[in-house]
Write a protein that binds this ligand. Structure first.
Ligand SMILES: [Zn+2]
Length: 305
């Protein structure tokens, strides 16, 4: 456990201002598609523009959905498209390992810190329980706002699996400047509710793993899809609770198909693999994107405790 504590201490301690460190964080749950490639390309361009480092992180925590064949394909497809990274699961680096499935002790240490600090509480609600408890139908594709059923619960139930939720500060506005979309503000309890940081299957939830890795890998700017804007507010709360400085954020508009639907891994025809087999060339695909990459980094506003 000493190594884990040290790693967390390093991530939270004062550090000299690092050069730009960006990351690509794909999840091997299917083949990468053009939408991923466009967001990743922005990340790569922003790292290149400053002579920075690009980290590849394999977000393979979801054991049920991640498959080794997709992890292999992921690396092949990224290379084919023209991506080059300086640290990653295939080449190692100073913050190895770069696959989330190999980083569980780090997440657990951060979770224990949240637990010791009283930031989280055990929750036994199923998704159905939560939907049933909501008075208004849930709109959009973000998760429903947790109704707070288990908030008073102090200790986990005996002999029963539970998840752990972060108790958000009701009514507090979490503000940050996004490098692409400018000033953003999300109100805790209104725009998002208590969110899961540790899952009932004893794995860290996305929000926690992402924050722990970005902090431990000294990422200075997170470039990702605009669907994660609200998650940035959640993650801002995790950074504050853990005592770490958040990185800058730059969210990219999402690619849609010709019916206005967001590209997803089910759009097989637009997978990099299918495009390659169909004879597409990466530079032609990239030429179809309007490249407009502003140079301003985003920043978190000082949050009032
Ligand atoms: Zn609950």
């Amino acid at each position: 456990m000493t190594a884990v504590s040290d790693a967390l201490a390093i991530a939270s301690g004062p550090a000299p201002m690092p050069a730009y460190r960006g990351r690509l964080a794909p999840s091997p749950t299917g083949y990468l598609h053009l939408g991923h490639a466009r967001t990743f390309w922005v990340a790569q361009e922003r790292a290149r523009a400053t002579g920075g480092v690009l980290v590849l992180r394999n977000e393979d925590l979801d054991r049920a959905r991640c498959q080794p064949e997709f992890a292999t394909a992921m690396l092949e497809d990224l290379r084919w498209f023209g991506f080059a990274w300086q640290e990653g699961p295939d080449m190692g680096g100073p913050f190895a390992p770069y696959a989330q499935s190999e980083r569980l002790p780090l997440y657990r240490a951060a979770f224990e810190r949240l637990r010791a600090g009283g930031f989280v509480y055990p929750c036994t609600c199923s998704r159905k329980d939560i939907l049933n408890a909501l008075s208004a139908p849930h709109a959009g594709d973000d998760e429903p706002i947790y109704p707070g059923t288990c908030r008073p619960r102090l200790s986990p139930p005996a002999g029963r699996a539970c998840s752990w939720r972060f108790r958000v500060p009701e009514g507090e506005a979490i503000a940050f400047i996004d490098g692409q979309f400018g000033p953003q503000e999300f109100v805790a309890g209104r725009d998002f509710g208590d969110f899961v940081v540790w899952r009932h299957d004893d794995l860290p939830a996305y929000q926690l793993a992402c924050v722990v890795d970005d902090a431990a890998m000294r990422i200075t700017e997170v470039v990702r899809g605009a669907d994660l804007l609200v998650s940035t507010a959640r993650q801002g709360l995790l950074y504050r609770a853990l005592g770490w400085a958040p990185p800058a954020f730059f969210h990219c508009p999402l690619l849609t198909d010709d019916r206005g639907q967001r590209l997803a891994k089910r759009h097989d025809a637009l997978s990099l693999r299918a495009l390659q087999r169909g004879g597409s060339q990466p530079h032609d695909l990239r030429a179809t994107w309007a490249t407009n990459v502003p140079s301003a980094p985003g920043e978190f506003f000082q949050q009032k405790p």
